[in-house]
Design a protein. Structure first.
Length: 255
């Protein structure tokens, strides 16, 4: 498993039992990110969020051709605010361009000029109160391509304020990873989905807090889109309804 895939459970649609994030099976074709062909923003208020629209966005994105971002355009300068972001992003781009298990077919690697990102913004790096659940709660997470849901467990709640709004996210883990797993999986939706970020949501990975650790840092500048945002032949978890944020997260990977 190559590092940029991390714990997202992403699999090629043709080989659903393959190791996570590996591009096996027939050569993959790149498709258009959802927001390029269906720019309507997803409304994420508790009363207005449309799960039918999310399903439509995912379905549309799986049936349209994609063009790799061409070289030669303006590139974002390294940030003086958080220069480590530039290094991490460059490393991920290099993996996509050169790794043997990159999701890009060889014919497109030469023209790949990197993933797109919002400029680093320190206001999207927040302190959250982490509350571990006394008992893990099972959760079936839907997958793209109408695959059977994947079992996860809820292990904790993250409460924080973002853009003046009170927010809560549920941290997940796969049952097989056990309580000692090193990383929590935090998929989320926000008001940029379908406009400036992938319509099917994005992910955060979070180191498992220590037993006595009450607060953690959530850095949305590290938010990343699932591989199926770029290569819909992959199968990816869809963020659960409870992880829909009532704000626009203009940080991390964008379309």
């Amino acid at each position: 498993m190559w590092p940029s895939v991390q714990n997202t459970g992403m699999l090629p649609a043709q080989t659903a039992d393959a190791p996570r994030g590996q591009a096996q099976g027939p050569p993959l074709r790149l498709r258009t990110p959802l927001s390029t062909i269906y720019p309507m923003p997803i409304q994420l208020s508790a009363s207005a969020f449309s799960w039918r629209r999310l399903a439509l966005l995912t379905l549309i994105g799986a049936t349209t051709s994609y063009s790799v971002r061409q070289c030669g355009g303006a590139r974002q300068a390294p940030s003086a605010l958080r220069p480590d972001y530039a290094a991490a992003r460059a490393a991920k781009d290099a993996q996509w361009r050169t790794a043997p298990d990159s999701p890009l077919p060889d014919s497109l690697k030469r023209r790949f000029c990197g993933l797109a990102y919002f400029a680093p913004n320190d206001s999207f790096r927040v302190t959250a109160t982490y509350t571990a659940l006394s008992k893990a709660q099972p959760l079936l997470v839907p997958l793209t391509h109408r695959e059977a849901p994947e079992p996860y467990v809820r292990v904790g709640r993250l409460q924080f304020t973002l853009n003046g709004r009170s927010c809560t996210l549920t941290a997940l883990r796969r049952p097989a990873e056990g309580a000692a797993g090193a990383t929590l999986f935090v998929p989320f939706l926000d008001a940029t989905n379908g406009r400036t970020s992938y319509g099917g949501g994005r992910y955060l990975d979070l180191p498992t807090p220590a037993v006595d650790e009450a607060t953690v840092t959530l850095d949305f500048n590290l938010a990343y889109a699932p591989t199926c945002a770029h290569v819909p032949d992959f199968v990816c978890p869809v963020p659960p309804r409870e992880n829909a944020l009532p704000v626009a997260v203009r940080a991390g990977e964008r379309e």
